[in-house]
Design a protein around this ligand. Sequence first.
Ligand code: ZN
Length: 337
Amino acid sequence: MTIMATIPESTSTVDVRIIDTNTLLYLKTGLFWETKLKGFEGLHAPTYCFLVSHGSRHVLFDLGVRIDWENYAPKIVQLIKATTKVATGLDVASVLDKDVSGLQIRSSDVEGIIWSHNHFDHTGDPSTFPPSTQLVVGPGVKAASWPGYPSKPDAGILDTDAAGREVREITFASAELRVGSFNAFDYFGDGSFYLLDAPGHAIGHMCALARTTADPPSYVFMGADACHHPGIIRPSGRLHIPRECICAGLWKNTGEPLLSVPRGLVFADHAAAVETVHKIQELDALREVFVILAHDTTLRGRIPFFPERINDWQAKGLRERTRWLFCQDFKAAEITQ
Ligand SMILES: [Zn+2]
């Protein structure tokens, strides 16, 4: 018998708004996922950031790519030039400050920037926020990031990312709280928003879970870079692909995902990354959880983005409508043995 993942009970919710910074990165097959599929070489992917609001308290989960990416540490600028193509769009602070929808949440209202991890396509430019805004990072990220550049010439993170602001490091070591199989940290202390220990891709990598409605309960799972394509988590032993689904034929012989976590540079700890993916699959099988990976192209244009909220995703049927769309990426692909 499969035991369903459990999420602690609470009636507290947060408002969730997804910010698409219109940045595109090229994610290459082999580097970001492994597959037996022939003909799926990679794709241009967006990076999603999240504005999470608890009454008048606001935090951001990730900042995307800074628009002047040539001003990242030289090591990162070299990496970008050598490995990917970046088309930059907007910076999150300006998205908030120039918003004319009447929402009135400005960069100066953000109490914390949460980095899912310290890679350039998520760190943005914290110096565009006032010093009162905390920077919140996962376990081990402080020591791995600072001193930054230019104090340390070969650093990947900038001194200015932390200069003059409090950097708060979350630890899960003594965590007794579990969300599904994840060790969890209750950010607002009322069960509305959890940071989750999700190692593998990078040191201190965190996912997050926001309660979007209380009755019936629904949640948005922020997957960050736990993996880089929904085809790594679906289908699973807990979530079967519908027969009528486009490309269902590719799964004729297996209910397993066609993509897997690759060994190599992109996943610092491969075994931990595989375990994290299994934990996501447990939550992804629950009807009340909408999993959103940072680089999921299939959601673009199909779900509401900032300034709209995503909270009513369940009533709108967005999970059901979008969960197998990734199969279209494999339209031209075939399985090789
Ligand atoms: Zn990323």
